[in-house]
Write a protein that binds this ligand. Structure first.
Ligand SMILES: *Cc1c(COP(=O)(O)O)cnc(C)c1O
Length: 382
């Protein structure tokens, strides 16, 4: 079977050389826009491509506003800060995510709380969320949710749409509303993915995107905050761009702000990439269909988009029989020049977060033991 898999992937990608997990594709106006950006000399902190890229991202996602940032982690940091997350607050998320989700929470001196994920989505389980809050939280006179044990405010909830598959974000949003908790979606992996026809990242106060080199589209490095709130959008722009008050020459800054802006050069690349996003997603969905046929009569399961979700299939994922089968698969494929990677180690196991509150993480652990990402780069002719 594994031998056939190697052959199959080599055929798909038309090469016997090393095949990376996810390569960017520059098949559009990348050279043109980047060259134009260089010619203009505006390669850095100002320029028309940043505005353009923000506008295109807002249009694509259906969010009213989009604010470009230097990377996705910075976008999440700002989204949390602007949701009021601060010292000692608790932020509920999933343990099955990239480390950046928890790091951004800790940049605000807040503490992540890791709750289990759903078997159908690999995203935060609304059932576990409700259970956790019912058992551990109480609403105080100020109308907000507090952790009964730690006495700290439970300020926000950050579900993540794993590999582009939507979490059950409508249920999560309803629970957050009931408990007066801010909802911020980590949509770093799910640009183009929709839940019940609505773009992920638009269900709560903020969504955040990443344009790192391995994501569905890339700006080299970059991120975006999306929101429907005009005031917050304005402040997000201000605080990510040093908090300078516009003036002909004076340097007056009115807030302790960040230099988190996306350079114009990166935005130029992004403008070219987003033009091809629909094509990339179409091809990724076709690739899924190919793999589905290949794995049909094997003991390996391919992770499929959940109900109500339109997935971008950023990274294709297979679910092996157990940890041992997973390790063998990783060993064999990587040994043959087909790059594959396991899903993340649960974040509560990393030493920085080992004291974090958790609930029963059976499903997350089940995925950690079994999931491997396989070759997912866009193929032009499928
Ligand atoms: C990629 C990613 C990020 C961070 O994005 P960067 O642009 O690399 O900072 C955050 N969360 C998740 C789930 C990601 O996959």
């Amino acid at each position: 079977m594994m031998e056939n898999f190697i052959k199959y992937v080599q055929e798909l990608y038309g090469t016997k050389d090393f095949i990376p997990l996810h390569e960017p594709r520059f098949w559009g106006n990348e050279q043109k826009y980047v060259a134009d950006c260089i010619d203009s000399t505006f390669v850095s902190s100002v320029g028309k491509y940043v505005d353009k890229f923000e506008q295109l991202t807002a249009e694509y996602t259906g969010a009213k506003f989009a604010i470009a940032t230097v990377n996705g982690t910075a976008a999440l940091h700002i989204a949390l800060l602007l949701s009021g997350v601060k010292n000692r607050d608790e932020v509920i998320t999933q343990p099955l995510t990239f480390i950046a989700t928890a790091n951004a929470i800790s940049y605000c001196n807040a503490n992540p709380v890791f709750l289990d994920v759903d078997k159908e989505t690999m995203g935060l389980s609304p059932v576990k969320l409700e259970e956790f809050l019912t058992e551990n939280a109480e609403i105080h006179d100020d109308g907000y949710a507090y952790n009964k044990t730690s006495k700290n405010r439970i300020k926000a909830c950050v579900p993540m749409h794993t590999f582009g598959h939507s979490a059950k974000v409508d249920e999560i949003a309803a629970i957050c509303k009931k408990w007066n908790i801010e909802l911020i979606e980590d949509t770093a992996e799910s640009l183009g993915s929709k839940f019940k026809g609505k773009h992920t990242g638009t269900f709560g106060k903020f969504g955040i995107l990443s344009f790192n080199g391995n994501k569905t589209i890339t700006t080299g490095g970059g991120g975006m905050i999306i929101t429907n709130d005009e005031e917050l959008a304005k402040f997000a722009k201000h605080i990510t761009t040093t908090g300078k008050i516009p003036h002909k020459w004076e340097y007056v800054h009115d807030v302790r702000a960040f230099n988190y802006r996306m350079p114009n050069l990166n935005a130029a690349l992004g403008c070219a990439q987003i033009e091809q996003l629909d094509f990339f997603i179409t091809q990724k969905r076709k690739l899924f269909k190919k793999y589905e046929i290949f794995f049909k009569d094997t003991e390996i399961n391919l992770f499929k988009e959940p109900e109500n979700s339109f997935s971008n299939y950023w990274l294709q994922a297979v679910v092996l029989k157990n940890r041992n089968a997973r390790d063998n698969f990783l060993e064999y494929t990587n040994g043959k020049g087909i790059m594959t990677r396991p899903i993340w180690q649960l974040l509560n196991k990393s030493k920085m977060y080992k004291n974090a509150q958790i609930d029963d993480l059976t499903i997350a652990q089940w995925f950690e033991d079994r999931v491997v990402n396989i070759s997912s780069s866009v193929i032009k002719n499928l």
